[in-house]
Design a protein around this ligand. Structure first.
Ligand code: TTP
Length: 681
């Protein structure tokens, strides 16, 4: 069945900018004496000189590499020294017994802020950015087309243009200039020519302002631009004209394609005998759909032709935050207390990052996900994956720690199965954890003007609320967002580390070694997964909620349902339009006109006394976008007392009439709008 094809985006100009040996460059900027020397950044764990996570191009020339071929494990510092005795090894900064990537994160942000000035910019990982330069290229084509330029920068002339044929003896730079200045080129190529000039200029600017070099791919869509950016490194740019697409894809190994590095790529190889992207061309769309479903089939059909409708997202901030650590070989964790210790460390880091995101960017996350990798002692099913689990995220270090541990225990029970706790034969079955990570996703902006609630969240993160018996309170801040699973950190890259004692090898996902940023989840690292992959776990807080539900008589059977109908405070803010209603709107609100405004008139004290049943229903359903009855009490309980009181009065106007008639309208009661001042205030 054919599916709507993405609009062929061949008149767009998209760039993928990728920093060169990024962590090394950051360290070299810090210690300029390392510039030009073979250098590598190694993990904090010093065993055998530490695992390499970034290698300079000088060191690469001596045979030093991050990952050893064939063995799929990172090269160790000692091995790098053997290959290149003069190599400089720099340790990644450490905090809480694990790599601290803040230095690299903020270096990445410096680059993003420069590139973002040129057009729509999407931060794809700690050191990668997509840019949509279409508008800039169109303006250039209209105002100062390449052929009108007298001088062309050297960086432009060094560009690699795929498919550019040169006769023997032709000067490389002259050929590039000719291609860029062709008068008879079609519009697509002319736009790309402008893109070449723009990107060269941007790369120079990045170098000047940050001292970092980067490489770039320039093409008509994200997929092609990304493929191209890695083709000529470091400090170079590669262009994919429309005419070169088929040639590029025909020889491209299928596993090199984004999203085909894992199971789907393997299935294409084994089930359909597809080795290169070009091989896909022999299959009809229907055939691919038969094998892989409608959407995936169509997607494969498209990528074989270089078609991708994926837009550059205007996003300068990470989509999620995460903190992870691996425990390879003998360092694998074997006890719950050890797991809890590390989850506490990881949660602390996550909480810190959430707080600074809240403070600096006014964003809050709503889903907490736990991932782990593990193996079992008597494993008949050694490839059984440790399940990932998600739950609504509660702000506050202790809450995150507690929820993360609950998620872990739920996942462990599932992983070990019904016999997990029982001895198998003579031996008790045991488990080992080789990687742990916690991540926060579904991040949304807090509408501006909600400054007091932000202070509230901030204090939440530092002062976890505890009940008298010392237990952490189980209130939910943002329960609504967790409908099935959100993004998750996929760990497609697998590494095998020999277990030192036994010689057994364990396969574990790359949570931290090498330490590709798990927080700034790149599209490499994120899959939007079907809900089975990270299942929602009713944590302690959810059992609370369930009991509340019982009290209110609303029965929830489906676990996912639990989160529905419980709009988070964020949703409340979203639905709340803080502009004061006009007089007319106020009247309409109280006189049941079908065309009434959708604004919630919090401060209108006469509102409740005049509402008819119909307007009340409308107030419940239209003004708020959901039913007031379904608001989770625990959401309200999280709010400062004054706000709770005010909201309750709004939600239960009749009660308000009875109990608060005295204070109404006397101006002494703070209105809800006081806490959430409108934008224009
Ligand atoms: P990459 O962009 O994959 O590599 P790179 O920038 O070091 O080198 P290249 O010039 O080939 O692009 O990764 C960016 C940074 O992310 C890298 O400098 C270190 C870190 N990283 C890890 O910590 N672990 C990993 O597994 C990978 C791939 C990268």
């Amino acid at each position: 069945m054919p599916v709507a094809r993405p609009e062929t985006s061949d008149a767009r100009v998209i760039a993928h900018v990728d920093m060169d040996c990024f962590y090394v460059q950051v360290e070299q900027r810090k210690q300029p004496e390392l510039r030009g020397l073979p250098t590598a950044v190694v993990q904090y764990n010093e065993w055998q000189g530490g695992g390499l996570i970034a290698v300079s191009y000088e060191a690469r020339k001596c045979g030093v590499k991050r990952v050893l071929d064939g063995v799929f494990r990172s090269m160790r510092g000692d091995e790098a020294k053997a290959a290149c005795p003069e190599i400089q090894l720099v340790q990644v900064p450490v905090a809480r017994g694990k790599a601290d990537l803040n230095l690299y994160r903020s270096a990445g942000s410096e680059v993003v802020s420069i590139l973002a000035q040129s057009g729509k910019c999407e931060r794809a990982s700690i050191d990668e950015v997509y840019l949509d330069l279409t508008d800039a290229a169109e303006s250039m084509l209209a105002d100062a087309p390449p052929e009108s330029l007298e001088l062309m920068d050297e960086e432009v002339l060094k560009s690699h243009i795929l498919g550019l044929s040169r006769k023997d003896g032709d000067d490389f730079e002259e050929s590039v200039r000719d291609w860029i200045c062709r008068k008879d080129a079609d519009r697509r190529d002319k736009l790309l020519s402008c893109g070449i000039i723009l990107v060269a200029e941007l790369r120079k600017q990045v170098l000047k302002e940050t001292e970092f070099t980067c490489s770039a791919g320039i093409a008509h869509n994200k997929m092609l631009a990304k493929l191209a950016s890695g083709m000529n490194k470091p400090a170079q740019q590669t262009v994919v004209p429309y005419a070169a697409v088929q040639e590029l894809l025909s020889s491209l190994p299928i596993k090199k394609m984004k999203q085909l590095g894992g199971k789907l790529g393997t299935s294409l190889q084994t089930d359909l005998g597809v080795d290169t992207v070009g091989d896909l061309l022999q299959f009809s769309e229907t055939k691919l759909q038969e094998h892989y479903g409608i959407n995936t089939g169509t997607w494969l059909w498209n990528i074989a032709r270089g078609i991708s409708g994926e837009e550059v997202q205007g996003r300068l901030l990470p989509k999620s935050h995460g903190s992870g650590k691996t425990f390879p070989g003998p360092r694998a964790l074997k006890s719950l207390s050890n797991v809890q210790h590390w989850l506490n460390q990881l949660s602390e880091e996550l909480s810190e990052r959430l707080s600074s995101d809240l403070e600096q960017n006014k964003r809050i996350a709503s889903t907490l996900t736990l991932h782990a990798s593990a193996f079992r002692s008597r494993d008949s099913d050694s490839h059984k994956k440790f399940p990932s689990k998600s739950c609504p995220l509660r702000y506050g270090v202790t809450k995150i720690q507690e929820d993360a541990f609950n998620l872990f225990q739920a996942a462990l029970r599932e992983y070990m199965g019904p016999f997990g706790s029982k001895p198998q034969g003579n031996k008790q079955e045991t488990w080992r954890i080789t990687g742990l990570s916690v991540s926060a996703s579904k991040i949304v902006d807090i509408p501006s003007g909600t400054s007091s609630i932000m202070r509230y969240f901030q204090s939440q993160s530092t002062v976890p609320s505890r009940s008298a018996d010392g237990c952490v309170q189980d209130h939910v801040v943002t329960p609504s967002a967790s409908e099935g699973c959100s993004e998750q950190i996929s760990t497609e890259t697998q590494a095998v580390i020999p277990e030192e004692d036994t010689g057994v090898t364990y396969t574990f996902p790359n949570f931290e070694t090498p330490d590709k940023d798990v927080d700034l989840v790149s599209e490499k690292d994120v899959v939007s997964c079907p809900s089975s992959e990270a299942t929602d776990v009713p944590t302690q807080l959810e059992s609370n909620r369930t009991s509340q539900t019982k009290r209110t008589g609303r029965k929830i059977n489906n676990p996912k349902e639990k989160n529905r109908g419980m709009p988070s405070i964020v949703d409340i803010f979203k639905n709340y339009n803080a502009s004061p209603p006009t007089k007319q709107e106020t009247q309409e609100d109280s006189t049941v006109s079908p065309s009434t405004s959708k604004r919630a008139n919090f401060s209108n004290s006469s509102h409740s006394s005049e509402v008819t049943q119909e307007s009340e229903e409308r107030r419940q359903q239209i003004d708020w976008g959901y039913k007031i009855d379904e608001i989770d009490q625990s959401v309200l309980n999280e709010l400062p007392v004054e706000i709770q009181r005010e909201l309750r009065r709004f939600l239960h106007p009749n009660k308000r009439l009875n109990t608060n008639s005295k204070s109404k309208g006397d101006g002494s009661t703070s209105s809800i709008a006081h806490y959430f001042p409108p934008l224009n205030r």
